[in-house]
Design a binder for this molecule. Structure first.
Ligand code: DQA
Length: 144
């Protein structure tokens, strides 16, 4: 089993960025925890954070032929705008979970629209860093 975890724009700033909204856990903390969980389950897990939409798209395209079984993605600000990132995920036909640290329905109106939710296996929003652990648990159970 091979799982890909993707983090969109500005998530490199986790821990210092609006901590009242996004928490104090850093992206490194989140990734380290997921890698430990993957190691305990003897599966492969790759992570990528990028501020560049094209890098995320290129990585998703690469997942079509590198044996990836499942994608966990927080598209961050691109959630609300990126038809291109959605198209890339649709092209792979790989199952994915859409995840947000904050509850996107309890914030500004423009965050309520997602380009991804209708083609995701499921969506986790508002559970902070724990949401990633839950997403990985699901991915592990559904891809073996
Ligand atoms: C986010 C929510 C988005 O609206 C925002 O643009 C982000 C992070 C979240 O994890 O809560 O960058 O995806």
């Amino acid at each position: 089993t091979k799982i890909l975890v993707m983090h969109g724009p500005n998530l490199n700033l986790l821990g210092v960025r609006e901590p009242e909204v996004y928490g104090r856990t850093t992206l490194e903390d989140i990734n380290r925890n997921l890698i430990e969980m993957a190691q305990a389950a003897a599966i492969q897990l790759a992570t990528l954070q990028s501020n560049a939409e094209h890098e995320l798209i290129d990585r998703i395209q690469a997942a079509m032929c590198d044996g990836t079984d499942f994608i966990i993605i927080n598209p961050a600000g691109l959630t609300h705008t990126s038809i291109a990132l959605r198209d890339a995920l649709a092209a792979t036909q790989l199952p994915f979970i859409e995840i947000h640290l904050s509850n996107i329905y309890a914030r500004e109106a423009f965050r309520r629209k997602s380009c991804f939710s209708d083609i995701a296996v499921g969506v986790i929003s508002g559970l902070g860093a724990v949401g990633y652990e839950l997403a990985l648990r699901f991915a592990l159970e559904s891809s073996h």
